[in-house]
Design a protein around this ligand. Structure first.
Ligand code: RI2
Length: 323
């Protein structure tokens, strides 16, 4: 039986009460930790099966953010070929959960430090949606050298821009909220764009909140640098073997309220949650390992796998184990 609390976390991720690629990964790993602690049986084989079932429930919640399968695989792959009592197996899972969570924190801190160097004193920065990695970069740069202001898109249809406003204001940054459709209008005032990512493909293409690729086009038109802040566990190992990143399509009621939808039964609505920005529009990807051109994405992925050929779990597998 999967514990009620774990199912609730899965529901929170699906319904976007928990959102943002790294926060989703953290919530999933915390749920795995809880599930491991709550297991009451004494059969190691059954424990492994139970953990795999919990993993499947968590991974099935949202299809695009690769952080979710990357984080979950990293944890449950500890059980691959492992022998011992339930207590011993539980210990392996708990240890992986804890090291992943601390890796998230240290990766974000390094991204803030590295990313703050690509911004300059007095810069006007534009960001999209609500990315913790992008916010950390912007806040650190403001603390170190002082930015002029940040344009934050409201992010239709769920208004994540308000969360960005709250987080950046707390860091003392002046924020101006704009409709997503005003990006090209304000781009003439912008020095740099910094956004996050839900997944980065082996060819360097960036999957992020819907509208990101339009922002990249508007930035290119004006010669504005376009940076992506992303931890290495956002690189998709699946794209290395030819898989495409699935773009999540969400309910129409997020775009048109349900009562209005009911009044227009013939209205058809699409609500894609993400889009793909081609690598040639990306100036650099700011990771905890350094700033890379998108063309280096495949190398980052190879580096992630080097210590475990053929493993399903990525990057930080090695990084975490070395910490
Ligand atoms: P961090 C979010 O997706 C946004 O697309 C954001 O840019 C990305 O995750 C990365 O966020 P959603 O969960 O991991 O809001 O940098 O659909 O916080």
């Amino acid at each position: 039986m999967i514990p009620e609390e774990v199912l609730r976390v899965a529901e929170d991720i699906r319904e976007m009460r928990v959102r943002g690629a790294s926060r989703i990964a953290r919530a999933a790993v915390e749920a795995l930790l809880l599930a491991a602690e709550k297991y009451q049986g004494s059969d190691p084989g059954d424990f492994a099966l139970y953990m795999r079932r919990v993993a499947e429930v968590l991974v099935s919640t949202r299809p695009t953010a690769v952080t979710l399968p990357n984080a979950v695989n990293y944890v449950v792959s500890a059980l691959r070929g492992a022998r011992g009592s339930v207590e011993e197996l539980r210990g392996l899972v708990v240890e992986r959960c804890r090291s992943f969570i601390s890796y998230i924190d240290s990766a974000l801190d390094r991204i803030a430090e590295i990313g703050s160097r690509v911004l300059s004193s007095g810069d006007v920065v534009l960001t999209h949606c609500n990315s913790l990695a992008a916010i950390k970069v912007i806040a650190r740069a403001h603390e170190r050298k002082g930015l002029s202001r940040v344009y934050a898109t409201e992010t239709r249809p769920r208004f994540q821009g308000l969360t960005t406003y709250r987080m950046l204001s707390q860091a003392g940054v002046e924020v101006v909220l704009i409709p997503d459709s005003a990006v090209r209008y304000v781009m003439r005032e912008v020095d740099k764009v910094v956004v996050g990512a839900d997944a980065i493909a082996a060819n360097g293409a960036v999957v992020n909140k819907i509208g990101t690729s339009l922002i990249a086009l508007a930035a290119r038109e004006r010669g504005v640098d376009f940076y992506v802040a992303a931890e290495t566990y956002k690189f998709s190992p699946y794209t290395l073997i030819g898989e495409l990143v699935e773009i999540e399509e969400r309910e129409a009621s997020e775009v048109v309220p349900a009562d209005l939808l009911a009044k227009h039964p013939l209205l058809s609505v699409r609500n894609p949650a993400f889009d793909v920005t081609a690598p040639e529009y990306v100036t650099g990807i700011i990771t905890e390992l350094g700033v890379f051109p998108p063309a280096a994405a495949a190398l980052v992925l190879r580096e992630m796998y080097r210590s475990e050929p053929g493993a399903e779990a990525p990057a930080l597998v090695r990084g975490v184990e070395e910490e």
